[in-house]
Design a protein around this ligand. Structure first.
Ligand code: UD1
Ligand code: MG
Length: 452
């Protein structure tokens, strides 16, 4: 067993968020708050316990790790009471306990390691992560005596005027020996403004027992932002976004304006890709090297190869794009599309469940749904794949080197074989054989006459 036990508190009601959803399920850079903390905790060798309560089942389901043990706090009586739910594990544990709050999602592993190192180097019984804030409103204050020793933490609501002016705050993150923690938890009362069992009260208890209480003061207050309301949520989002953008830039991605580029934590981007302003890249998206992503693109859950140009204003979702393609402007690529290399999708084109093979072009104003299109085919301006007959969605198969004339309507189910052609304005209701041209409404085979 590891000599560190980590406890993540996630049971609170999160009232200040004014949400039907548990606070820790709100997302920051596309990832639920709880999972930011869980992922960081899992990078530190320890056994991890998560205390859940309010909407316990939803929080458990959201946690994307199999190694976490859950404890239920059925009534939310405060942070000390929450930790107490892991009482048995704390009692059985020989070593330190690291306590994290699920509403402090920006904490970095390196900072936690530094705090743990300081705790060990100083043989401390309790180390509290603190920070000095210009505006400490809402946070618990670190009260020290004349010899700079921490004597207690006072919650904002319980402060007197003098304590209110203290700028050093409690982050909530702490490391404490299991034996003292266990004793302290069993001796805390709820004699305070909120009538809650405050974890912060263990400071006074450990002091009374002559334990060694120290602080680890972080230089980066943004890391310990407590996300209690929507304002803090937006601040955390901004910090996380900056962090993510800087990671990509360090890896060789050009982000022209990080302030207007929104990339989820899960996204991967290859070097020499250039991202223009006002771009959103979300979910499970992988983008290869040397792509140009022009302004105002929104890309969600996509796999994109290399050397593509994605011109302005496209929405691309749950789809695959190969290499050397050109997309947009103003294309809507709906879920289930697979574009192979060198495909061109032009302006005002909507695609849905379309498999489009190498070198094919859909350059202007078209709807292509439930389609399989071969290589080097051209789909003329204004073409509609009429895939819906009012009851069912039907498929259209278009072969290689086909030429679909402008404003054609392809009424599915339909197959147009290799080198087939449709005349402009045709309404095609029957399959078209290889090397055959059809035209008219409804389209009929066109056979060239002598004087044509
Ligand atoms: C807490 C600290 C405060 C610190 C601040 C930092 C206490 C008493 N106060 O205040 O000193 O400055 O964090 O952000 O600890 N939770 C439970 N069960 C409960 C109550 C809360 O699991 O009964 C969980 C919440 O889900 C949350 C965390 O504990 O993840 C902190 O609770 P919260 O109510 O946000 O405490 P703060 O008022 O922010
Ligand atoms: Mg909080």
């Amino acid at each position: 067993m590891s000599d560190l036990l980590t406890i993540i508190l996630a049971a609170g009601k999160g009232t200040r968020m004014k949400s039907k959803k548990n606070k820790v399920l709100h997302k920051i850079a596309g990832k639920k708050m709880i999972n930011h903390v869980v992922d960081t905790a899992e990078n530190i060798p320890s056994e991890v316990i998560c205390v859940v309560g309010h909407q316990a089942e939803s929080v458990k389901q959201a946690v994307n790790s199999k190694n976490i043990k859950f404890k239920l706090q059925s009534e939310q009586l405060g942070t000390a009471h929450a930790v107490l739910q892991a009482g048995k594990e704390i009692k059985d544990h020989r070593g330190d306990v690291l306590i994290l709050y699920a509403d402090i999602p920006l904490i970095k592993q390196v900072t936690l390691n530094q705090m743990l190192d300081k705790h060990h180097d100083n043989s401390a019984d309790l180390t509290i992560m603190t920070s000095v804030l210009k505006n400490p409103t809402g946070y618990g204050r670190i009260v020290k005596n004349n010899s700079s020793q921490i004597i207690k933490i006072v919650e904002h609501k319980d402060t007197d005027e003098k304590e209110k002016s203290i700028k050093e705050i409690n982050s909530g993150i702490m490391c404490v020996g299991s034996k003292l923690l266990n004793d302290a938890l069993n001796n805390i009362d709820n004699n305070n403004e909120q009538e809650e069992y405050y974890l912060t009260d263990i400071v006074s208890y450990i002091n009374e027992k002559d334990g060694r209480v120290i602080s680890y003061q972080t230089e980066e207050p943004a890391e310990i932002t407590g996300v209690n309301d929507r304002i803090a949520l937006s601040k955390a989002e901004k910090t996380m976004r900056k962090r993510i953008n800087e990671r990509h830039m360090a890896n060789g991605v050009t982000i022209i304006d990080p302030a207007t580029t929104y990339i989820d934590e899960s996204v991967e981007i290859g070097s020499d890709t250039i991202i223009y302003p006002f771009t959103y890249i979300e979910g499970d998206t992988e983008i290869g090297v040397n792509n140009m992503i022009k302004p105002h693109n929104h890309i969600i859950n996509c796999k994109i190869g290399k050397n593509n140009i994605i011109i302005n204003n496209n929405l691309i979702k749950n789809s695959k794009i190969g290499d050397e393609c050109q997309i947009g402007p103003f294309a809507h690529i709906r879920p289930g599309c697979d574009l192979k290399n060198g495909v061109k999708i032009g302006d005002y084109v909507e695609l849905k469940k379309a498999n489009i093979n190498a070198g094919t072009k859909v350059p202007h104003l078209a709807y292509v749904g439930d389609a399989e299109i071969g290589r080097k085919t051209n789909i003329g301006a204004g073409t509609i794949f009429a895939n819906y007959d009012g009851v069912n969605k039907n498929k259209t198969i278009v072969g290689n080197s086909v030429f679909i004339g402008s404003n054609s309507t392809l009424v599915a189910p339909l197959t147009i074989k290799d080198n087939g052609k449709t005349g402009a304005g045709s309404v095609v209701t029957k399959d078209v054989e290889e090397n055959t041209t059809v035209l008219g409404v409804p389209a009929r085979e066109y056979v060239k006459k002598k004087d044509d």
